[in-house]
Design a protein around this ligand. Sequence first.
Ligand code: SAM
Length: 254
Amino acid sequence: THFGFKTVKEEEKEQLVGSVFRNVASKYDVMNDFMSAGVHRLWKDHLISVLNPSKETKLLDVAGGTGDIAFRFLDHCKKAYGADSEASVTVVDINPAMLEVGMQRSKAMGYSDSGKISFQEGNAENLSNIPDASVDAYTIAFGIRNCTHVDRVVAEAYRVLKPGGRFTVLEFGQVENPLVKGIYDIYSFQVIPKLGQVVAGDAESYQYLVESIRKFPPQPKFAQMIKDAGFTLVGKGWEDLTFGVAAIHTGFKL
Ligand code: SAM
């Protein structure tokens, strides 16, 4: 950006991302299951076990959409710590339609009056409602690749985390194994847009999702960005899931 103006490309990306998630909000959860054959559930479960929350963890789940991470987190804490769990989560998303679905789910699951979960409209690139050093953990699952300035998202995560806090990203990755890559490419470019058309009546949104996955930096490059923002990595900084179709990146603010 120059002089604070957004470029045409940035505007276009923001509008596109907005319309994609408006179009898919009501079918989002079903489509996830369908497109990934349920595997996204395993990845998300794994994210929570990596996070390993304590009974007081205050989590900020950004681009939290319909609450998949937030509810897993609360369920985990309830199971692990019972009634005296003080763990809580704030879900931030830029799209009110996704949050609306999340709030309905929260009600259905009996969490809405618990004081353990809240929903806020906001942009991952500028979390103006979240004070500095105020959360123990920050998660963003399948959200960062939709953001225009990934570096700003990581910098904001660093700002809002308390010292000792943990930044955890679940995102699609790049597949290296040539055999798996061949199958994955056919699935991504031929099958997914058609499934989007048939099941959600919307090939374009799913075409966008596939393209956004390919444009996101490969795992080593993204790990370096996290490091450059000030986070301390453990080992190489990420774990591949399902041959790198997805990856969990993590860094500590020390
Ligand atoms: N985290 C949820 C999950 O794993 O099921 C939702 C993931 S969904 C693929 C991506 C979400 O990112 C959408 O809900 C979208 O509205 C949100 N999003 C896109 N750009 C955003 C931004 N700049 N700030 C906050 N949320 C954003």
